[in-house]
Ligand binder design. Structure first.
Ligand code: ZN
Length: 483
């Protein structure tokens, strides 16, 4: 954010607007006059000050009188940052004024008459607590023939007090979407279409640097363009409100597509030649809580015997203990998902703890099988928004619960599955650490094959049954895994 603030600081200039009630005499530095002009100026954005309470600071003191309006939101950290920004804006104008005065003296000219500095703002607060403040500055001279308007936008997370930049809100792809929208909008408006500087595709291109200054509302993203940035001065400093849906897939909170290679990339996988017929019924067996040298290997023996695959949601600390078992799962073409490092209830963890657990578990997988999982099954199936947003995987639940951990009985596991009826598209939950489960699998696999089911991994099921690439931060649950 520092960088952006600095860039703005440099780019941030001025607008001259004379809100004179009557004649040129209104440039008087008298407080009354400043106050009257300020009231007019502040009124321009009143309706767009939708969050926070407006506060003012007004001074009639030479050489640069000022009238500044800024919001107070009641969050100490954020209010402090807003005040710092106000101070920066003021200093920038003072420097500008001093420079102009110096130049005038050097050229033996009378310093240009300055009316005053006016600063006001728009503010918005979204449902998820993102607070946008956009300052407008105006540098009013007696001679109104020359004027500039620039904007300075600030974004805050009201939940944490953090200052946000576009990288905290969007993926880079948002700029392409904003650019496409802006090009179509400005070239489609009669008042703008033939007046845009240069080639609109370049001037309004995604690389133009124009799309860093924005405010977020619940329904739109508003972009602010400085005067002269894209259009002649007579067009003012335009804003562009783009519907939020335009950016679907570009918000950091949106599910992200994970690219899953259609062909397993390991040459040693025995299942390499396996083909999946999307039109034939398919089912995914999943085994949690392993690996275990006895039960998991017995399950793997069955899978190997029939040349089929399953998905193992392995626990990090057990992978460290029994790496050979996880390596064998991989070698047989099975999918390996994460089931956390040591099976904590993720609903009780903070965002930082969740991230740390994933980092630790990923390192174990990276070391053991040379890659990190695409899928995560939260222990106990427990998750909330914090878990979802801080888990850089597809979150995978199930649609058939065999309760194998409870019954520890092969027959009751088998009957819980057969009582489900049509298994096409279903994900069956079992555990890879019980001998009773391994025993059930010895009958289950040939039985499913006889019934015409293809045994696929969970990623394959999402790809071929749901017709989508597994998405990051998306929860695949009971409702997804149905015929
Ligand atoms: Zn578990």
């Amino acid at each position: 954010m520092k960088k952006i603030a600095k860039a703005w600081f440099c780019r941030f200039l001025v607008l001259i607007f004379l809100f004179c009630a009557g004649t040129a005499t209104c440039v008087s530095a008298a407080t009354d006059s400043i106050q009257a002009s300020a009231d007019t100026y502040f009124a321009l954005t009143k309706e767009k000050q939708t969050a926070g309470k407006a506060a003012q600071t007004i001074s009639a003191k030479a050489p640069l009188p000022y009238a500044i309006e800024y919001p107070v939101i009641g969050n100490e950290v954020i209010d402090q940052k807003i005040m710092e920004t106000v101070k920066q804006i003021q200093t920038a104008y003072e420097k500008l004024y001093a420079k102009e005065a110096e130049e005038a003296t050097r050229n033996h000219l009378r310093p240009k008459e300055i009316a005053a500095l006016y600063v006001s703002y728009e503010s918005y607060l979204t449902e998820d607590g993102i607070y946008s403040v956009v300052f407008h500055g105006s540098y009013g001279k007696a001679d109104s023939s020359l004027f500039f308007t620039k904007y300075k936008a600030l974004l805050f997370d009201l939940n944490t007090g953090e200052t946000l930049s576009w990288e905290d809100v969007f993926r880079p792809s948002y700029k392409e979407k904003a650019s496409a929208y802006a090009i179509s909008y400005f070239t489609g408006q009669e008042e703008y279409q033939n007046r845009i500087f240069g080639d609109p595709a370049v001037t309004l291109g995604s690389e133009s640097g124009l799309f860093d200054t924005f405010a977020l509302t619940d329904t739109s993203v508003i972009f602010y363009f400085d005067k002269y940035a894209i259009l002649p001065a007579s067009c003012g400093a335009p804003t562009l409100s783009v519907p939020r849906e335009t950016f679907s897939g570009s918000y950091l909170t949106d599910p992200e597509e994970i690219l899953v290679p259609k062909q397993p990339d390991e040459t040693e996988t025995k299942a390499e030649g396996r083909t999946i017929d999307p039109n034939k019924p398919m089912v995914a067996l999943t085994f949690d809580d392993g690996p275990s040298p006895a039960a998991t290997n017995r399950i793997l023996d069955t899978l190997e015997k029939y040349g089929v695959v399953a998905t193992f949601f392995d626990v990090g600390y057990r992978v460290e203990r029994y790496p050979e078992v996880t390596k064998r799962e991989r070698a047989l073409g099975c999918e390996i998902g994460s089931h956390s490092y040591d099976h904590k209830d993720f609903k009780t963890l903070s965002a930082a703890q969740i991230k740390a657990d994933h980092a630790k578990t990923n390192a174990v997988f990276e070391k053991t099988i040379g890659k990190t999982p695409t899928l995560f099954r939260p222990p106990y199936g427990n998750y909330n928004e914090t878990v979802r947003l801080n888990s850089p995987y597809s979150l995978v639940l199930w649609s058939v619960d065999t309760l194998d951990w409870k019954s520890r009985n092969a027959q009751s596991i088998l009957s819980s599955i057969s009582s489900e009826g049509n298994l096409d598209g279903k994900v069956i939950l079992m555990h890879g650490i019980y001998d009773s489960t391994a025993k059930a699998v010895e009958q289950l696999v040939p039985s499913l094959l006889e019934q015409g089911y293809q045994l696929v991994t969970v990623s394959e099921l999402i790809q071929y049954h749901l017709n989508e690439t597994p998405q990051k931060n998306k929860v695949y649950h009971y409702g997804h895994f149905q015929p």
